[in-house]
Design a binder for this molecule. Structure first.
Ligand code: COA
Ligand code: ZN
Length: 294
């Protein structure tokens, strides 16, 4: 059993993007820096998307500039939906992005206003324009869609194959609306890992139906070693009705540390950051530890 699990914190993007009130840059910065201090080594700190679509991310340029200058060797990465976003990230010095599209055609349209073909073409353009960019393809709605329901494992594998044929080397399999169950996660993740041994996979699970932890664990036990989570379980998707928070980082780290996995994170410190975050953010927290009164 592989005992190392890489925790990719995506709260500053997936969590903050859903807040009603704009969270000032200084407060975002404090949460991010405190998480770094607690041992978090990989952070999706923002997204380069239309500020009309997601006003919370309007400070992505400024935030990136500050972070890249202050922490030149740190593993920051940003979500982008198109070449425009990839260019903005690249020009600010970022060399790692999550390129988002959805397995669901209708969610792809609602979220980024593209057909699958257009999203594939855009990915190719990004790979051609920035060959030194580390790209993880985030497949939203891998485990089911608010508009289309669930998919057979073969549908997921065929979709991944088309992207591998384009040159994609890493994927995040996202349960955008928290509709998956552990059996389904095991089936899809095992099939993907077996079918594409040269490709890396991450899991990104939402906790809408209280299965965030079991589904993330199912993904890990099926061969995934990188998982995306959010501090406090803050999160949701503005274009997926009913989506709620992600698996909470500190809850997952607590469980994994207890199980003897190596996450490299000081969870007491991380929990303090989560408690602090809760005092400044009026959001949807699906975490449990953060709600325990200490
Ligand atoms: N960053 C900032 N602005 C962008 C942009 C980007 N990556 N891509 C496009 N824009 C701007 C364009 O300049 C244009 O601006 P204008 O209205 O001032 O001329 C406007 O957005 C529309 O551009 P267009 O290419 O026609 O995009 P669209 O209207 O088809 O929208 C997206 C497509 C992808 C830009 C938009 O749907 C989006 O940003 N979605 C993000 C969704 C998201 O983050 N969801 C949650 C995370 S999964
Ligand atoms: Zn998400």
């Amino acid at each position: 059993m592989n005992k190392k699990v890489q925790i990719l914190e995506v709260g500053p993007r997936d969590g903050f993007q859903n807040l009603d009130e704009y969270l000032p840059l200084e407060q975002k910065l404090k949460v991010i820096e405190d998480m770094i201090e607690a041992g978090v080594k990989h952070i999706q700190h923002t997204s380069f998307v239309s500020p009309k679509a997601i006003p919370q991310m309007k400070d992505s340029g400024e935030l990136t500039k500050i972070l890249v200058e202050k922490y030149p060797d740190y593993d920051f990465f940003a979500l982008v939906p198109n070449l425009y976003g990839a260019r903005s990230a690249y020009e600010l010095g970022l060399r790692k992005i999550s390129y988002v599209l959805s397995l669901s055609k209708s969610h792809n349209k609602a979220n980024i206003n593209r057909t699958h073909e257009e999203s594939f073409e855009e990915l190719k353009k990004i790979m051609d324009a920035y060959p030194d960019m580390d790209i993880c393809v985030d497949i939203a709605t891998t485990f089911g869609c608010p508009f289309e329901g669930k998919y057979e494992t073969e549908v997921v594998i065929d979709f991944i194959r088309q992207l591998v044929d384009l040159g994609a080397k890493e994927f995040s399999l996202a349960d955008t609306i928290g509709i998956a169950n552990p059996k389904q996660v095991r089936e899809i993740v095992s099939a993907a890992v077996k079918e594409f041994p040269e490709v890396e996979f991450q899991a990104h699970i939402h906790d809408t139906r209280n299965m965030g932890m079991v589904n993330t664990l199912a993904a890990i036990e099926s061969g995934i070693t990188k998982v995306q989570t959010t501090l406090g379980g803050l999160g949701g998707c503005p274009f997926a009705p009913g989506a709620s928070g992600n698996t909470a980082t500190e809850d997952l780290v607590h469980m994994l540390n207890e199980m003897g996995y190596d996450t490299g994170i000081d969870n007491e410190k991380l929990l303090e950051v989560s408690r602090y975050q809760k005092t400044i953010v009026d959001g949807n927290f699906s975490g449990h530890l953060v709600n325990i009164i200490s």
